[in-house]
Structure formats: C-alpha cells, structure tokens
Design a protein around this ligand. Sequence first.
Ligand code: CO
Length: 185
Amino acid sequence: MLINNDTIIKDSNPLIRRSSEKVSVPLSDEDHILLMDMLQYVRDSIDPMKAQELNLRPAVGISAVQIGILKQLIAVSIDYGEGEKSEYALANPRIVSHSVRNAYLKNGEGCLSVANEHEGHVFRHARITVKAYDALAKKEVTFKLSGYEAIVLQHEIDHLSGHLFYDHIDPTNPWKEDAEALVIE
Ligand code: CO
C-alpha cells in the first residue's frame, strides 16, 4: 500500500476521530502486509533522501486509521543511532496498567495527521504495561515501557480510539507544568 504525505489523512477528515476495530490474530496476509508497509514508512521517513524522494514526513509512529483503515494496527520505529533501534508492529494494543506519575515531552508532540502547530505539554503516563499481538515475534506479548517509548506508544494507541495529541493540551494553560512529572527533552 502506498503510504506518503498525500495518502495520510489529516485531522480535517472525520475518519481520524473514529474508533478502530480489533483484528483477528494471527494476522491475515492482508493485515500483515499493511502493518509491515506502515513499519517501512516510519523506517524510511527519517532517511532524508528517501523522505524527499517518496514524499514522506518524518515520524516515529503511525496507526492504520491514519491511512483511512479502521483496524487496530500500529507501527513504531525509533532510531537511537549506531544501529540501535526500537521497533514495534502491534495489533490490538491495550494499556493494561500505568504509573500514577505523568511524563511529557518538553517541546510538545507532533503527528502525521496534524498539519497545524498545536503547542503545549501533552501529559501522558510515565510508565505503561502494554498487551498486544506482536506481528514481528508473531505472538501475544505483554511488556512494560517507560519514558519516551511509553509516550510514543500512548500517542499511537490514542489514535485507535480517535484521540489526537492536542486533546490532552490544557487550552487555558498549554505549557503548564507538573512538578512530579518526568520531563523528556
Ligand atoms: Co499521530
């Protein structure tokens, strides 16, 4: 499936607010190929040459609803440099528990489906436990995440219920702080 900045739907499209359906696992060939295409998008998007050539906007994650498909599929690729990567290709991900402590990115968040700037702190949980079907390991998994990766997964899982990052920004005080929270640079 062709995924680029023209085929990714924006928040002006009401589909982005819809909830996604669970998929059956193990994944059908069709769902597996779709999820691998999504993963390839995020991998390629941070390569400046490929991004220009293929019309990709840099991102660390994408959900199927962003290409107009209401299925609970998300892909994440975080490149730490020197060959170190953290990747997730998940079906039906759920946050089954989380810390009381919050975390937020110091400079706020962005999204492939959001063209306009929405400045402000997006409060999320500092630690989460996720249950999902892992399409790379081809099995059901439960794992814990903290800090940046926890934030990225929460952003993508939010898409599955039609939530966007700026829904979490306090409109009256967008840069408000939380002294107890983990602040990620
Ligand atoms: Co997003």
